[in-house]
Design a protein around this ligand. Structure first.
Ligand code: WQD
Length: 347
């Protein structure tokens, strides 16, 4: 079976994708610099996947590190057949504090990854690349659910790196049709592998809703601050399209299969098509954990939109993939990870 090289491989979404690719029969090589993940993930992947992870510690901005990963793929599996590029800084608020770091890391990393894939592909051969994009490229959506042909805009430096990254890759495939790229626009990834052995492990105070709710439920934080309850939504709190990280991982397996089979590019939303409010998530988490999640209502957070959820029809049509798991599954699996690992991987 083909060998897939994952960048950001010990991160939240990549580690779940690693397992899903192996379960589908693919060989996997990973590279990560551990700037936002733990080496302990490799031990968990070994236990869960039953194979010694083939891994290189390195920064994707360094050509030699990527060359080492391609060489490992060649030595172990006869060569790398496609790449999934996850490695990026991804906190919206942080990106407004250190925009130059975000541009240098996210765009510099993308360019280095594309250069390496070209360097390690025979002239004219297909260059299959999955790019982690984000619903943030839709900005404040005019229509809901959001279709892939909706207007694109960026509202923060992080979102700009995703939009500029897409534009770089679209130009690349215009100039050289042997580039076959899957632009995957994630909505709100949450939850954890059902084993409870890998999951989301944010450093410091979580920016995102579900990891924060998880820390309230486990007693690490006193309450959740709900950012605004005067939005034009059913209960006044923000509505988002939460997608189980295992469904998201399966979406990546389907995208890799598409690139290798069809030798063509595609852009798809990876979401469920179902929006849930902040309070919906809080109540679901209380049911899943059996713990109270006290809330306090706070002012709106700058940059937030009222509602954002996907039209998930194109991924179903092109990839034969749909999200299967619902909000209760997301909360149950998140809670299992959280209470088995109250201090995350470094606990
Ligand atoms: C969800 C809802 C908040 C925290 C961001 C990025 C996106 C992607 C996912 C990278 C909103 C509310 C949150 C809290 C709250 N990241 N909230 N209290 O903002 O939809 O998306 O993360 O790819 O690109 O933009 O996710 O989880 O931060 O917020 O009330 O402590 O929860 O206002 O309505 P968001 P989020």
């Amino acid at each position: 079976m083909p060998c897939i090289l994952l960048t950001g491989a010990t991160g939240y979404i990549a580690s779940h994708t690693w397992l899903a690719l192996q379960a589908a029969g693919y060989s996997v090589v990973g590279i990560d610099n551990f700037v936002n993940s733990s080496p302990k993930v490799l031990e968990r992947l070994h236990t869960l996947g039953g194979q010694v992870p083939q891994f290189v510690q390195g920064d994707v901005r360094h050509a030699l590190a990527l060359d080492r990963a391609f060489e490992l793929g060649r030595d172990q599996f006869g060569g790398v057949d496609a790449m999934v590029h996850f490695a990026a800084l991804k906190a919206v608020g942080e990106s407004t504090q250190i925009p130059l770091d975000y541009f240098e890391n996210n765009l510099g990393g993308l360019l280095s990854v594309a250069q390496a894939l070209k360097r390690h592909s025979p002239d004219g051969a297909s260059k299959p690349l999955v790019f982690s994009s984000s619903a943030t490229v839709y900005g404040n959506p005019e229509r809901l659910p959001i279709r892939e042909d909706a207007p694109l805009t960026s509202t923060n430096p992080y979102g700009s790196t995703k939009l500029i990254g897409e534009n770089i890759l679209r130009d690349l495939e215009q100039c050289d049709p042997s580039w076959h790229i899957a632009y995957l626009r994630y909505f709100n990834p949450v939850g954890a592998h059902p084993s409870g052995q890998i999951g989301e492990d944010p450093r410091g105070i979580p920016n995102n809703l579900m990891p924060y709710v998880a820390q309230v439920a486990v007693g690490k934080r006193p309450h959740l601050n709900v950012f605004g309850k005067d939005y034009d939504t059913p209960d006044g709190t923000g509505v988002r399209d939460y997608i189980h990280v295992c469904d998201l991982a399966e979406g990546h397996v389907a995208a890799v299969r598409y690139l290798l089979d069809k030798r063509a590019s595609l852009t798809v939303n990876l979401g469920t098509g179902q929006g849930y409010s902040v309070l919906d998530v809080v109540h679901a988490y209380e049911r899943a954990s059996g713990r109270p999640v006290p809330v306090e209502f706070a002012p709106r957070r700058a940059g937030d939109v009222a509602a954002c959820y996907a039209d998930a029809g194109l991924a179903a049509k092109l990839l034969g993939w749909r999200a299967r798991l619902g909000l209760d599954d997301m909360c149950t699996d998140s809670w299992r990870w959280q209470h088995l690992n109250p201090q995350g991987f470094e606990g």
